[in-house]
Design a protein around this ligand. Sequence first.
Ligand code: ADP
Ligand code: TRP
Length: 329
Amino acid sequence: MAADSSSQNSKILLTGIRASGDIHLGNYLGAMRQALQLQTKYQSYLFIANFHGLTTTPKAEELRKHTRSIAAAWLAAGVDTKKTVLWKQSDVPEVLELAQVLTCLTSVGLLERAHSYKDALAKEKIIKAGILFYPVLMAADILLYNSDFVPVGKDQAQHLEMTRDMATYFNETYGTTFTLPEALILEDVATIPGTDGRKMSKSYNNGIDLFASEAELKKQIMGIKTDSKGLDDPKVAEECVVYQIFKLIAGKSESDEMKRKLEAGGYGYGDAKKALLAKFLEDFGAMRKEYDRWMKDTAALDQELARGAVQAREKATKMIKRVREVVGL
Ligand code: ADP
Ligand code: TRP
């Protein structure tokens, strides 16, 4: 396993997906795909954030299901576990220890500025402390492995800024211990729109889920909201969510063709949705099969996670030992 980040290819990449539902296209294009593409370049740490999942999934069976499903998604999408470490967050409890240390350096004011907390304030009557604490645990995830790069969607940019703040407070208080991580956000996939035009999110129920049944996918794609222009009307492709998504998964010539047809008129939103469904099934067909295979072979899946946990924990233990020393525990 690569140790410290002294040269370019020993730099560390880390990202996590919250165990809170099914993987959708936004998760894949925004975070997973770039992480997977970079696994040959950087020592990579990929995990399933099941402690974070507790903030939204209070049912044990559901949380277990989401955790396995995200692990299967990582594996199906191409994690090379010979090189990359894949584990579930709760298998490395040292992360909670670091989070506890970080809470003592982090002002409540900083946490109250988090978009995730403000969203919860707007929606919920009672805010659980876990929501306010969410960015601290995320910072602990990142700092525990001395991560250099964190591929994420744009919605996580603020959490990454907070992580850098926490690392800076820590380094200023106790001496340089942590690397300041950098978010990797790709502009064209920073915020994938959902079927209702808002950001695609597990919490908005507006996803196109990578591993849903064909019938369910059809329902999701056919349900994409469009304006009321009729079949013959010329349409504005750039304003159409179907086209916006199609463009991200199809090649340039195919998407240019859809744009031309939409703008010419005589090509309906229903036609565009059918083309999107077909493209989606073509592009993700092999991955979907792999996912089903992993979901059926839970013993193999659990074994991969157990192996990853040992590797992750080995690294985490070294860092936590150092943290304990410098803070005086
Ligand atoms: P969700 O909002 O669906 O619960 P997560 O919070 O688990 O998704 O996000 C996992 C990763 O996927 C994060 O890096 C996040 O930034 C990215 N992501 C989520 N939704 C989108 C989106 N609509 N567009 C781009 N990236 C996204
Ligand atoms: N907060 C991230 C999300 O909701 C998931 C996450 C937890 C994460 N810990 C992380 C992402 C560390 C990157 C790095 O999407």
